[in-house]
Design a protein around this ligand. Structure first.
Ligand SMILES: [Zn+2]
Length: 241
């Protein structure tokens, strides 16, 4: 019998919100923390309180963030749409799981794995289409939530939120408050997504890139310089698919 359970959990470490896979193991007596190409995984004894393992992660946050940063700087293998393929998602990696014989049309994210049912062998472009469709859905939901939270802090209101797939920009905002965000941003860590959203919302105060504009951005997102640089470095890899 398998007593192990796993679930995804979001935790704030330093200035970053990290997607963490929490595995509960009936056999473990101590906490194990691992950072690899799949992201952050913590394995905990069954019935350990959340506050306890969270404080262990906090105490190791410097090490975790350094290791995640080093892993992100490495290019991820180009998507071949095969079983087990790592895919970038919210700053870590999820694993593509192709499950033959289960004709579930909609991809599902479960324990860090994106499950796609295959009723018959699918060509790689059909798999890619399904994955991209799922990414776009998640992106819109995530962006809407973050815009709702961040616009309150700036006391502005976005008129509409939609997705773009522009090759040249991550976001845009009109004077009417129509915000468009590149769906590929959902591959980035939440802190970078927040920076882009803060940038676009700040255009509702200053419709230019003047020093006054950057001051507004900074009031909402104090780390914007580092995050903007991180997006410049990592951004090209988000266009793999
Ligand atoms: Zn701008």
């Amino acid at each position: 019998m398998n007593m192990d359970q796993a679930r995804s959990h979001r935790i704030r470490l330093g200035n970053e919100e990290i997607l963490c896979l929490v595995r509960q193991s009936a056999r473990r007596r101590s906490i194990a923390v691992r950072v690899d190409e799949k992201g952050l995984t913590v394995t905990i004894p069954a019935r350990l309180r959340q506050a306890e393992w969270e404080s262990v992660l906090q105490s190791k946050s410097g090490w975790i963030l350094d290791k995640l940063g080093a892993l992100r700087a490495r290019p991820m293998p180009v998507a071949l749409w095969q079983d087990g393929q790592p895919l970038p998602y919210l700053g870590s990696a999820i694993e593509l799981q192709l499950t033959p014989g289960t004709p579930r049309p909609t991809p599902r994210l479960l324990d860090g794995q994106l499950h796609i049912g295959l009723s018959s062998p699918l060509t790689t472009d059909v798999i890619e289409k399904r994955v991209v469709h799922w990414y776009r859905q998640q992106a819109l939901l995530f962006f809407q939530q973050r815009i709702a939270a961040l616009q309150r802090q700036l006391d502005v209101v976005a008129n509409s939120v939609s997705l773009s797939s522009a090759r040249t920009r991550w976001g845009s905002c009109t004077s009417r408050g129509d915000i468009r965000l590149n769906w590929r941003l959902i591959k980035a860590p939440p802190s970078i997504i927040d920076y882009v959203i803060c940038h676009e919302l700040s255009h509702l105060v200053e419709l230019n890139h003047s020093p006054a504009f950057w001051q507004v951005v900074g009031s909402l997102c104090p780390d914007y310089l580092a995050l903007r640089k991180a997006l410049k470095i990592a951004g090209a890899s988000y266009y793999d698919f």
